[in-house]
Ligand binder design. Structure first.
Ligand SMILES: *[C@@H]1O[C@H](CO)[C@@H](O)[C@H](O)[C@H]1NC(C)=O
Length: 282
């Protein structure tokens, strides 16, 4: 292509500047996060664009964001431990610190080769969790990168996989259900051994002859208004809710891929299921 026409070359320049600004919102593992444990088992690669966490018999590893956030959208692409990942747990979550903490969790429970991962989600507010929903995925999460996102705004928390909503946890403070909103949270990711409970309820143990186990994170993105304005980027998360297409997709996931829902676990709540479960699911 030739850009002899001055207006098209200035258009190209404008476009380049625009793309550069857009890319600058992308979080960088060196700038925005730090490997906090695992003595070298966690690594930052590709100049900050990717990170690998590994687990062996002696330790797992993890990273966390340098900043804390109140509300935002938190994305990562993730390729999970392939092959026999039984006993391993890979996580991507938000958490505040101290007593009565808030937490929003994505946990990926590994499995024997050929058996499916379980995606475990939970929400803690003021120290109280017990709001688990678990899912299967509609693809092999070890074969390629997929995007996992947490949207957290004052009205709701949305868990997304490849931009498809798998769970919405609405703010039901009006009926007395605590909702995370006052405590700033950091983003955390980890790979650790949980073979006492993770796979088939702890019956299948980690096969250490397959170690080290490795999970790869990339395209880590934080969109939040606080504390760093440089990460503003896309603001849609602030009021994000499901439109009718989103509600259809959520229904599809919940009907076909949900394997556990605390709201229907009547044995666990003999006094009656939690109040927020009786409200609309969306
Ligand atoms: C592992 O696979 C088994 C058999 O398909 C399944 O029952 C179980 O839920 C899977 N996930 C975990 C984490 O155990």
């Amino acid at each position: 292509m030739r850009f002899s026409n001055p207006s098209s070359s200035s258009m190209l320049l404008l476009f380049t500047v625009f793309v550069a600004c857009f890319l600058a919102t992308s979080a960088d593992f060196n700038r925005d996060a730090e490997i906090t444990w695992g003595q070298g088992r966690g690594k930052v690669l590709e100049g900050g664009r990717a990170s690998t966490l590994s687990l062996d018999q002696y330790s797992g590893s993890g990273f966390q964001s340098r900043n804390e956030y109140i509300y935002g959208r938190f994305d990562t692409q993730l390729k999970l431990v392939p092959g026999n990942s039984a006993g391993t747990v890979t996580t991507f979550f938000l958490s505040s610190q101290g007593q009565g903490h808030d937490e929003i969790d994505f946990e990926f429970l590994g499995n024997s080769s050929g058996d499916p991962y379980t995606v475990h989600t939970n929400v803690y507010a003021q120290g109280k969790g017990d709001k688990e929903q678990q899912f299967r995925l509609w693809f092999d999460p070890t074969a390629a990168f997929h995007t996992y996102s947490i949207v957290w705004n004052p009205q709701r928390i949305i868990f997304l996989v490849d931009n498809i909503p798998i769970r919405v946890f609405n703010n039901h403070e009006a009926i007395g259900t605590p909702f995370p909103k006052r405590q700033p949270m950091r983003v955390y990711a980890s790979l650790w051994n949980a073979d006492d409970w993770a796979t088939q309820g702890g019956r299948v143990k980690t096969d250490w002859t397959k170690a080290p186990f490795v999970a790869t994170y990339r395209n880590f993105n934080i969109y939040s208004s606080k504390p760093s304005d440089s990460l503003n980027g896309n603001q849609a998360w602030q009021t994000q809710e499901l439109d009718s297409n989103g509600r259809n997709r959520l229904r599809w996931v919940q009907q076909k891929y949900m394997i556990y829902n605390y709201c229907t676990d009547f044995k666990r709540f003999p006094q009656g299921i939690p109040a927020e479960c009786k409200r609309s699911r969306f």
